[in-house]
Ligand binder design. Sequence first.
Ligand SMILES: Nc1ncnc2c1ncn2[C@@H]1O[C@H](COP(=O)(O)OP(=O)(O)OP(=O)(O)O)[C@@H](O)[C@H]1O
Length: 229
Amino acid sequence: MISLENVTKIYQRGAAPALDSCTLNIGAGEFVFLVGSSGSGKSTLLSLILREERVTSGTIHVLGKDVSKLSRWRVPHFRRNIGTVFQDFKLLENKSVFDNVAIAMQVIGKPRHLILTEVPRVLETVGLGGKERRMPHELSGGEMQRVAIARAMINRPKLLLADEPTGNLDPRTSLGIMRLLDQINRNGTTVVMATHDHEIVNQVRNRVVELEEGKVIRDQEHGSYGAGR
Ligand SMILES: Nc1ncnc2c1ncn2[C@@H]1O[C@H](COP(=O)(O)OP(=O)(O)OP(=O)(O)O)[C@@H](O)[C@H]1O
């Protein structure tokens, strides 16, 4: 599903690498937590997988494609199989819940009748049934993140990348979001989640990959947030 071989990313000449000779394999169906202190390279790793950034050296395969060789015009099509969720939700403020999710189908040309049936179905599965007409400012943080997850999932991506999805939420709400991501993973979607959320990582005990100064320093099945705990 995702395979990095000796991947190095240097943003500016002379700067320390944001990722430094990373080798990592993530199989289909896995749920992996990416942990590490601020600046350790987690977001960089996610943006390389999404092909927002390009590697400086090394190779990276995602969903069977050599991302380092993917030409710019193929990127939008490649990204159709990847859903993304971020700490700050990234909702369109002047659009309803329904429209925020529908837009992901519209941009890839899905027919209107499908949009009208699929959007309410997905909103129901994330626990937002009946809130289609609400505007983002009428939602709690947890609900906003559920909209973002619905939008990420509506086109049934094989891979979901989440960058600190619980970063702006209280512990109880975070747990609800985590349960939802876990359910998505159980339905077959591979999930890679960068997080600082100790409680969630220690509670769920998925595979944990820890970065430090751009290097993978720990890769542990059923891991905890910090080593040895
Ligand atoms: N667009 C950029 N241009 C230059 N340097 C960058 C850029 N993005 C990240 N960096 C640098 O790369 C390093 C890794 O940053 P990155 O954002 O990947 O870390 P992170 O682990 O996601 O941190 P956080 O937990 O704070 O989100 C840092 O030194 C950062 O300053």
